[in-house]
Design a protein around this ligand. Structure first.
Ligand SMILES: Nc1ncnc2c1ncn2[C@@H]1O[C@H](COP(=O)(O)OP(=O)(O)OP(=O)(O)O)[C@@H](O)[C@H]1O
Length: 379
């Protein structure tokens, strides 16, 4: 692709070695089980785009493909802050952009990078992988191939986490995308294994675009904007699909007028994932935030429970006197009824929803805070 422009493209470009790599994975032996493919490489090298192409290549043979979404900053199918496992049974039509899809299992990590808590991040990932193995490797369900798209943080602690991930998952194929700036690449070969250990089929491919001097041209993404759009898209699901909400203003007004769910404070436990909050401030800290709505049914390992996340919600208001939280969420009622944990992380309500001209921010009615203050004074 010499001379290709680094600006965002309207169509996906499939270099011959990319096509060969997807064909190799699609033709790989399914004995004793279909392939587990890990895609890794530096930031913006094309991992997500390649993973989409790979998924479409595996579908004709297997009908369904598992996808482990591990990039909490820019997840493929989930809102930001989540790690999730999906089973996809139809070809992806947009090969250049991530799209929301319902997951089979999700863990709410609550941040857009694993930096703040690598241990919890890895525990979430291992739990999702264990779920896949239990259901699609040893259970009654038909075995599925699995794609694991990894984050582009491949240096320092990011590298250490990738090594742990690879050791745990033991993939059958690893596709490494490399760029011309060698110092930014992962080491060559099976860098996560000890000498002499046998490993997977390693496939190295180059990032898709390069200039006349053969230097990689990487397309920078607007990560912040992508996250905002993803959250907006997520909360649009609160409305029936025939309601047209084309602008953020319409959505902001729509959310304002949406009757929230009432959740009894006594029915839920609040967990702050990345900070400590004094008990007297818990409700203030929760008001006007996005939370993971979780169910404490995860397995307990090394004393830590990893709850499954049913989806995200906006805490629209809190009435401490009545003991009620008001939550806006697209999570269906039957799942919501099982939620017993509110996980608060660092995922924020998109600014574009809070800054709509003429619309008083719907999530921060002052009477809510007054009621809390009155209650604080009374206790
Ligand atoms: N084969 C391709 N054809 C067209 N555009 C591409 C291709 N590969 C990557 N891009 C574009 O390059 C940018 C980065 O690609 P992508 O998101 O796949 O990289 P990534 O390695 O997954 O990034 P990150 O490390 O941030 O997760 C995106 O804008 C994407 O649309």
């Amino acid at each position: 692709m010499a001379g290709a422009s680094p600006s965002a493209r309207a169509e996906v470009v499939v270099p011959p070695e990319w096509a060969a790599a997807t064909a190799t994975a699609a033709a790989a032996s399914s004995e004793p089980a279909p392939p587990v493919v890990v895609v890794c490489g530096p930031k913006n090298a094309g991992k997500s785009t390649f993973s989409r192409l790979l998924l479409n290549s595996l579908l004709p043979r297997y009908g369904r493909v598992g996808y482990l979404d591990t990039d909490v900053g820019q997840p493929e199918f989930s809102p930001p802050g989540c790690l999730s496992f999906h089973v996809v049974d139809e070809a992806l039509t947009d090969l250049l952009n991530p799209t929301l899809r319902e997951c089979e299992r999700c863990c709410f990590f609550g941040d857009i990078s694993s930096k703040r808590d690598p241990e919890t991040y890895l525990n979430c990932l291992f739990h999702l992988y264990d779920y896949f193995v239990e259901k699609y490797r040893s259970g009654a369900s038909e075995p599925l191939p699995l794609i694991v798209n990894t984050p582009g943080w491949v240096k320092g602690a990011g590298f250490d986490m990738l090594v742990e991930m690879l050791r745990y998952i033991c993939p059958t194929i690893v596709v490494q995308i490399r760029i011309s700036a060698q110092s930014k690449n992962l080491p060559d070969g099976m860098f996560w294994l000890d000498c002499g250990q046998t490993g997977p089929n390693m496939i190295n491919i180059d990032a898709p675009f390069h200039d006349a001097l053969n230097r990689s041209l990487l397309i920078q993404k607007d990560s912040y904007g992508m996250r905002e759009r993803r959250l907006i898209e997520y909360f649009k699901q609160c409305f029936p699909s025939d309601i047209s909400l084309t602008t953020n203003k319409e959505l902001a007004y729509g959310l304002t007028s949406l009757p929230p769910y009432e959740v009894s404070i006594s029915d839920v436990m609040v967990i702050h994932l990345h900070c400590q909050v004094p008990p007297s401030e818990v409700w203030h800290s929760l008001n006007a935030t996005i939370v993971g709505l979780a169910i404490s049914c995860g397995t307990i390992e090394a004393g830590r429970s990893i709850p499954w996340c049913a989806g995200l919600g906006i805490i629209r208001g809190i009435d401490v006197q009545r003991g009620i939280l008001y939550v806006i969420t697209p999570v269906p009622l039957e799942h919501l009824q099982r939620v017993d944990l509110l996980l608060q992380g660092l995922i924020e309500i998109p600014k574009s929803l809070l800054q709509v001209r003429g619309c008083v921010s719907p999530y921060m009615p002052t009477n809510v805070l007054h009621r809390i203050s009155e209650r604080d004074i009374n206790t």
